[in-house]
Design a binder for this molecule. Sequence first.
Ligand SMILES: C[S@@+](CC[C@H](N)C(=O)[O-])C[C@H]1O[C@@H](n2cnc3c(N)ncnc32)[C@H](O)[C@@H]1O
Length: 341
Amino acid sequence: MIILTKFLGLHPTLPLAELEAVFQAEKIDYWLIETFENYAVHGVKKFKPKKLGERLALTHAIFEILSDITSADAEQLVEKAKIKGIRLPYTVKIEKIGKGMDIDYQRFLKEVADEVWRKLEKDGIKPSVDLNNPATEFWVFVGEDFVILTRKLVEVDKKQFTERAPPNRPFFLPISMDPRIARAIVNLTRIKRGKKFLDPCCGSGGLLLEAASIGCRVYGVDIDEKMVEGSVRNLKHYGFYGSVKKGDCRKLEKIFNKRNYFDGIATDFPYGRSTRKQNAKMYEECLKSMERVLKPLSYMVIVAHEEIRPKSKNLILVELHRQRVHRNLVRYIHVFRKMKK
Ligand SMILES: C[S@@+](CC[C@H](N)C(=O)[O-])C[C@H]1O[C@@H](n2cnc3c(N)ncnc32)[C@H](O)[C@@H]1O
């Protein structure tokens, strides 16, 4: 199946990285065909749209491509598409990509809708349309030199992120991350439902909340008792359970009395008032400890306000994203993979 993903446009590189990390977590075979504007086209096998809709944060919706042509020819567009077996009633919508084509969009939309009707009738199906409550949404995307007919497979549930926005939590910090970015960071660990997720500097628990909401077992550590209590309150408030302990992120193997234990780790490092040198030392010690408690071949995502390079040759940097939060704050989102034990 060939799919078209429309991203929310919140970041230039994170949405595609999140999507492909979730493909990997959900064991979907995929290959990237092309990207343009806020869209990506992939080939996929063993695709589970519902699961993706539940997990993704930076995607708007995913569509199956039914046909694609180079001019605004409704008859040809629908003729090439396989629409037998779709659920009824249906509706057809249209969207311009970039500059689009110089056409009358409403007229073209009507022509495509009529062609769909005709094709269904020809196939012996009694067509029915419902603009407000359709079982199938066809979407026509018109670019400068292409027209694509698609059907929507899934739309990401965005309401949940508003519900978990920091001001709606019982406890939050001014530095707390937007839940959509927090969810994308959790997704970059490629962790699977039911597996163990750790945030060793969990603060108010923004990453723990997102990991819990995709069904992970969550573990948090923070040096500050207030944060430990706050994270637990936040998790409870949304009906989740997590094990959150007061402790030092440099001593994780002692805190948990385990090595090679967690399936995914993500953290937002403290942006201390300490000097650069003190920070670098603290980061290095924490990375060493995280590496020890992470299972081999698993991923850890480190958010820091500078680029970091662990000394360990066993941690491979697989991705680096840069996010400008405001004038004086840039987040560097690193994805590392632990290789052997
Ligand atoms: C940037 S905040 C994390 C924010 C968090 N992502 C949130 O959503 O609220 C960093 C956290 O690291 C904690 N911290 C600082 N030094 C630590 C250490 N040595 N071990 C564990 N936690 C530490 C701080 O108390 C702070 O809560």
